[in-house]
Design a protein. Structure first.
Ligand code: PEP
Length: 266
Protein backbone atom coordinates (compact mmCIF):
# COMPACT_ATOMS: atom_id res chain seq x y z
CA UNK A 1 0.00 0.00 0.00
CA UNK A 2 1.17 3.55 -0.72
CA UNK A 3 1.13 5.94 2.23
CA UNK A 4 0.08 8.85 -0.01
CA UNK A 5 -3.05 7.03 -1.05
CA UNK A 6 -5.49 6.40 1.76
CA UNK A 7 -6.59 2.78 2.06
CA UNK A 8 -10.21 2.32 1.14
CA UNK A 9 -12.66 -0.44 2.02
CA UNK A 10 -15.95 -0.27 0.14
CA UNK A 11 -19.06 -2.29 0.96
CA UNK A 12 -21.44 -2.75 -1.94
CA UNK A 13 -24.75 -3.92 -0.53
CA UNK A 14 -26.30 -4.31 -3.98
CA UNK A 15 -30.06 -4.99 -3.96
CA UNK A 16 -30.06 -6.19 -0.37
CA UNK A 17 -31.51 -4.67 2.83
CA UNK A 18 -34.39 -2.22 3.01
CA UNK A 19 -34.06 1.14 4.78
CA UNK A 20 -34.52 -0.15 8.33
CA UNK A 21 -32.25 -3.17 7.75
CA UNK A 22 -29.62 -0.83 6.30
CA UNK A 23 -29.91 1.43 9.30
CA UNK A 24 -29.47 -1.55 11.63
CA UNK A 25 -26.38 -2.76 9.78
CA UNK A 26 -24.81 0.70 10.00
CA UNK A 27 -25.57 0.74 13.70
CA UNK A 28 -23.83 -2.63 14.16
CA UNK A 29 -20.86 -1.53 12.08
CA UNK A 30 -20.62 1.68 14.08
CA UNK A 31 -20.34 -0.37 17.28
CA UNK A 32 -17.56 -2.53 15.87
CA UNK A 33 -15.51 -0.24 13.67
CA UNK A 34 -13.24 2.29 15.33
CA UNK A 35 -12.45 5.64 13.79
CA UNK A 36 -9.39 4.94 11.63
CA UNK A 37 -7.98 8.06 10.09
CA UNK A 38 -5.79 5.99 7.80
CA UNK A 39 -8.60 3.82 6.45
CA UNK A 40 -11.59 5.18 4.56
CA UNK A 41 -14.71 3.04 4.94
CA UNK A 42 -17.32 3.56 2.25
CA UNK A 43 -20.79 2.01 2.22
CA UNK A 44 -23.05 1.67 -0.81
CA UNK A 45 -26.57 0.83 0.39
CA UNK A 46 -29.76 0.87 -1.63
CA UNK A 47 -30.48 4.30 -3.14
CA UNK A 48 -33.53 4.61 -0.86
CA UNK A 49 -31.40 4.47 2.26
CA UNK A 50 -28.88 7.12 1.21
CA UNK A 51 -30.83 10.06 2.59
CA UNK A 52 -31.61 8.64 6.06
CA UNK A 53 -28.17 7.09 6.38
CA UNK A 54 -26.49 10.36 5.43
CA UNK A 55 -28.02 11.79 8.60
CA UNK A 56 -27.36 8.67 10.72
CA UNK A 57 -23.73 7.93 9.95
CA UNK A 58 -20.77 9.12 11.94
CA UNK A 59 -18.93 10.96 9.19
CA UNK A 60 -15.59 10.39 10.88
CA UNK A 61 -16.10 6.68 10.28
CA UNK A 62 -18.12 6.22 7.16
CA UNK A 63 -18.73 7.72 3.77
CA UNK A 64 -21.53 6.83 1.42
CA UNK A 65 -21.50 5.77 -2.21
CA UNK A 66 -24.30 5.44 -4.73
CA UNK A 67 -24.44 2.08 -6.50
CA UNK A 68 -25.60 3.74 -9.70
CA UNK A 69 -27.13 6.95 -11.07
CA UNK A 70 -28.25 8.41 -14.39
CA UNK A 71 -25.84 10.49 -16.43
CA UNK A 72 -28.21 13.33 -17.37
CA UNK A 73 -28.69 15.80 -14.52
CA UNK A 74 -32.38 16.57 -15.06
CA UNK A 75 -35.19 15.91 -17.50
CA UNK A 76 -38.00 13.64 -18.64
CA UNK A 77 -36.37 10.38 -17.58
CA UNK A 78 -39.07 8.65 -15.59
CA UNK A 79 -37.73 6.56 -12.78
CA UNK A 80 -34.15 7.79 -12.93
CA UNK A 81 -32.05 9.46 -10.23
CA UNK A 82 -29.19 11.66 -11.38
CA UNK A 83 -25.75 12.23 -9.91
CA UNK A 84 -26.73 15.87 -9.39
CA UNK A 85 -29.57 14.75 -7.08
CA UNK A 86 -27.11 12.71 -5.03
CA UNK A 87 -24.54 15.46 -4.63
CA UNK A 88 -25.30 16.25 -0.99
CA UNK A 89 -25.66 12.62 0.03
CA UNK A 90 -22.66 10.72 -1.29
CA UNK A 91 -18.92 11.11 -1.77
CA UNK A 92 -18.61 8.29 -4.29
CA UNK A 93 -20.51 6.61 -7.08
CA UNK A 94 -19.88 3.03 -8.22
CA UNK A 95 -19.79 3.08 -12.01
CA UNK A 96 -19.37 0.27 -14.52
CA UNK A 97 -20.05 -2.56 -12.10
CA UNK A 98 -20.31 -5.85 -13.99
CA UNK A 99 -23.88 -6.30 -12.69
CA UNK A 100 -24.77 -3.14 -14.60
CA UNK A 101 -22.66 -3.92 -17.65
CA UNK A 102 -23.97 -7.48 -17.95
CA UNK A 103 -27.50 -7.42 -16.54
CA UNK A 104 -28.52 -3.92 -17.64
CA UNK A 105 -26.47 -3.82 -20.86
CA UNK A 106 -24.52 -0.71 -19.88
CA UNK A 107 -22.02 -0.19 -22.65
CA UNK A 108 -18.66 1.57 -22.69
CA UNK A 109 -20.20 4.88 -23.84
CA UNK A 110 -22.73 4.91 -21.01
CA UNK A 111 -20.02 4.19 -18.47
CA UNK A 112 -18.02 7.08 -19.93
CA UNK A 113 -21.03 9.43 -19.64
CA UNK A 114 -21.62 8.35 -16.06
CA UNK A 115 -18.01 8.97 -15.08
CA UNK A 116 -18.22 12.48 -16.55
CA UNK A 117 -21.59 13.13 -14.86
CA UNK A 118 -20.29 12.02 -11.47
CA UNK A 119 -17.18 14.19 -11.74
CA UNK A 120 -19.25 17.19 -12.93
CA UNK A 121 -21.35 16.81 -9.77
CA UNK A 122 -18.39 16.43 -7.40
CA UNK A 123 -19.00 12.74 -6.85
CA UNK A 124 -15.89 10.63 -7.10
CA UNK A 125 -16.26 7.62 -9.40
CA UNK A 126 -15.32 4.15 -8.23
CA UNK A 127 -14.92 2.70 -11.71
CA UNK A 128 -15.20 -1.09 -11.89
CA UNK A 129 -13.31 -2.95 -14.59
CA UNK A 130 -12.54 -6.61 -15.15
CA UNK A 131 -12.74 -9.51 -17.55
CA UNK A 132 -15.30 -12.31 -17.78
CA UNK A 133 -14.40 -15.97 -17.56
CA UNK A 134 -14.57 -16.34 -21.35
CA UNK A 135 -12.34 -13.31 -21.88
CA UNK A 136 -9.86 -14.64 -19.33
CA UNK A 137 -9.70 -18.03 -21.03
CA UNK A 138 -9.20 -16.30 -24.38
CA UNK A 139 -6.22 -14.39 -22.96
CA UNK A 140 -8.03 -11.06 -23.34
CA UNK A 141 -7.72 -9.74 -19.80
CA UNK A 142 -5.29 -6.93 -20.66
CA UNK A 143 -7.31 -5.79 -23.66
CA UNK A 144 -10.58 -5.75 -21.70
CA UNK A 145 -9.06 -3.73 -18.87
CA UNK A 146 -7.46 -1.35 -21.37
CA UNK A 147 -10.72 -0.80 -23.27
CA UNK A 148 -12.78 -0.30 -20.12
CA UNK A 149 -10.31 2.13 -18.55
CA UNK A 150 -9.56 4.15 -21.68
CA UNK A 151 -13.17 4.62 -22.76
CA UNK A 152 -14.44 5.40 -19.25
CA UNK A 153 -11.90 8.18 -18.74
CA UNK A 154 -12.29 9.76 -22.18
CA UNK A 155 -14.28 12.81 -21.00
CA UNK A 156 -12.45 13.79 -17.85
CA UNK A 157 -9.26 15.79 -17.31
CA UNK A 158 -5.96 14.55 -15.88
CA UNK A 159 -6.62 16.54 -12.72
CA UNK A 160 -10.04 14.94 -12.30
CA UNK A 161 -8.62 11.47 -12.86
CA UNK A 162 -6.15 11.95 -10.00
CA UNK A 163 -8.73 11.52 -7.27
CA UNK A 164 -10.55 8.66 -8.93
CA UNK A 165 -10.77 5.08 -7.74
CA UNK A 166 -10.58 2.09 -10.09
CA UNK A 167 -11.62 -1.33 -8.84
CA UNK A 168 -10.33 -4.44 -10.56
CA UNK A 169 -13.18 -6.92 -10.32
CA UNK A 170 -12.70 -10.04 -12.44
CA UNK A 171 -16.26 -11.08 -13.18
CA UNK A 172 -15.45 -14.78 -12.72
CA UNK A 173 -14.30 -14.13 -9.15
CA UNK A 174 -17.43 -12.30 -7.99
CA UNK A 175 -19.72 -14.22 -5.73
CA UNK A 176 -23.41 -14.23 -6.33
CA UNK A 177 -25.50 -12.85 -3.51
CA UNK A 178 -24.08 -13.79 -0.15
CA UNK A 179 -22.06 -16.84 -1.20
CA UNK A 180 -18.82 -15.03 -0.56
CA UNK A 181 -17.09 -17.97 1.15
CA UNK A 182 -17.06 -20.34 -1.80
CA UNK A 183 -15.71 -18.77 -4.90
CA UNK A 184 -12.67 -18.59 -7.10
CA UNK A 185 -10.25 -15.79 -6.43
CA UNK A 186 -7.40 -14.73 -8.68
CA UNK A 187 -3.80 -15.41 -7.69
CA UNK A 188 -1.92 -12.45 -6.19
CA UNK A 189 0.17 -12.30 -9.39
CA UNK A 190 -2.96 -11.90 -11.49
CA UNK A 191 -4.20 -9.05 -9.29
CA UNK A 192 -0.76 -7.42 -9.35
CA UNK A 193 -0.68 -7.64 -13.13
CA UNK A 194 -4.15 -6.04 -13.40
CA UNK A 195 -3.14 -3.21 -11.04
CA UNK A 196 -0.08 -2.53 -13.18
CA UNK A 197 -2.10 -2.57 -16.37
CA UNK A 198 -4.62 -0.11 -14.92
CA UNK A 199 -1.89 2.30 -13.83
CA UNK A 200 -0.07 1.87 -17.13
CA UNK A 201 -3.23 2.74 -19.08
CA UNK A 202 -3.88 5.79 -16.91
CA UNK A 203 -0.25 6.86 -17.34
CA UNK A 204 -0.44 6.60 -21.13
CA UNK A 205 -3.53 8.80 -21.13
CA UNK A 206 -2.93 11.26 -18.31
CA UNK A 207 0.70 10.99 -17.21
CA UNK A 208 2.67 9.73 -14.25
CA UNK A 209 1.08 11.94 -11.64
CA UNK A 210 -2.48 10.76 -12.42
CA UNK A 211 -1.31 7.13 -12.58
CA UNK A 212 0.35 7.29 -9.19
CA UNK A 213 -2.50 9.23 -7.55
CA UNK A 214 -5.46 7.05 -8.48
CA UNK A 215 -6.41 4.41 -5.98
CA UNK A 216 -6.74 0.88 -7.27
CA UNK A 217 -8.92 -1.61 -5.39
CA UNK A 218 -9.53 -5.32 -5.79
CA UNK A 219 -13.01 -6.83 -5.60
CA UNK A 220 -14.17 -10.44 -5.85
CA UNK A 221 -15.20 -12.75 -2.99
CA UNK A 222 -13.15 -10.87 -0.39
CA UNK A 223 -13.80 -11.87 3.21
CA UNK A 224 -12.26 -11.27 6.63
CA UNK A 225 -9.80 -14.16 6.20
CA UNK A 226 -8.52 -13.13 2.78
CA UNK A 227 -8.37 -9.35 3.29
CA UNK A 228 -4.99 -9.06 5.00
CA UNK A 229 -3.08 -11.07 2.40
CA UNK A 230 -4.79 -9.27 -0.44
CA UNK A 231 -3.79 -5.92 1.04
CA UNK A 232 -0.16 -7.08 0.88
CA UNK A 233 -0.26 -6.93 -2.91
CA UNK A 234 1.99 -4.14 -4.13
CA UNK A 235 0.13 -1.10 -5.40
CA UNK A 236 -3.25 -2.22 -4.06
CA UNK A 237 -5.03 0.54 -2.14
CA UNK A 238 -8.04 -1.28 -0.82
CA UNK A 239 -10.92 -3.66 -1.37
CA UNK A 240 -14.41 -3.57 -2.84
CA UNK A 241 -16.55 -6.04 -0.95
CA UNK A 242 -19.94 -7.41 -2.00
CA UNK A 243 -21.41 -10.41 -0.14
CA UNK A 244 -19.18 -10.12 2.93
CA UNK A 245 -20.16 -6.48 3.44
CA UNK A 246 -23.65 -7.61 4.48
CA UNK A 247 -22.24 -9.46 7.46
CA UNK A 248 -20.98 -7.09 10.15
CA UNK A 249 -18.49 -9.60 11.60
CA UNK A 250 -16.95 -10.14 8.19
CA UNK A 251 -16.95 -6.51 7.13
CA UNK A 252 -15.55 -5.15 10.40
CA UNK A 253 -12.92 -7.92 10.18
CA UNK A 254 -11.93 -6.64 6.74
CA UNK A 255 -11.67 -3.06 8.04
CA UNK A 256 -9.58 -4.34 10.97
CA UNK A 257 -7.23 -6.12 8.56
CA UNK A 258 -6.74 -2.87 6.66
CA UNK A 259 -6.08 -0.98 9.85
CA UNK A 260 -3.57 -3.59 11.09
CA UNK A 261 -1.78 -3.36 7.77
CA UNK A 262 -1.63 0.42 8.02
CA UNK A 263 -0.27 0.30 11.56
CA UNK A 264 2.48 -2.13 10.55
CA UNK A 265 3.54 0.17 7.76
CA UNK A 266 3.44 3.37 9.80
C1 PEP B 1 -19.01 -7.05 -6.19
O1 PEP B 1 -19.98 -7.55 -6.76
O2 PEP B 1 -18.66 -5.87 -6.38
C2 PEP B 1 -18.28 -7.88 -5.25
C3 PEP B 1 -17.08 -7.50 -4.89
O3 PEP B 1 -18.95 -8.99 -4.81
P1 PEP B 1 -18.40 -10.17 -3.90
O4 PEP B 1 -17.50 -9.59 -2.84
O5 PEP B 1 -19.62 -10.78 -3.33
O6 PEP B 1 -17.65 -11.07 -4.82
Amino acid sequence: MNTQRKTMIVGNWKEHLNVSQSSLLIHRLHERIKTHRSVEVVLAPTMLALQPLSVQIDRRKFRLAAQNAYHIDEGAFTGEVSFSMLQDLVHYGIIGHSDRRNKFNENLDEVCSKVAAAVRNNIMPILCVGESQTEKLAGETNRVIHDQVVTALANVTAKEVQSMVIAYEPVWALSSGTDFMHHATPKPDEILSAINIIRHNVKELYGVSAASSIRVLYGGSVNASSAYDLLNIKGLDGLLVGGASLNYHEFSGIVDAAFRKQQEEA
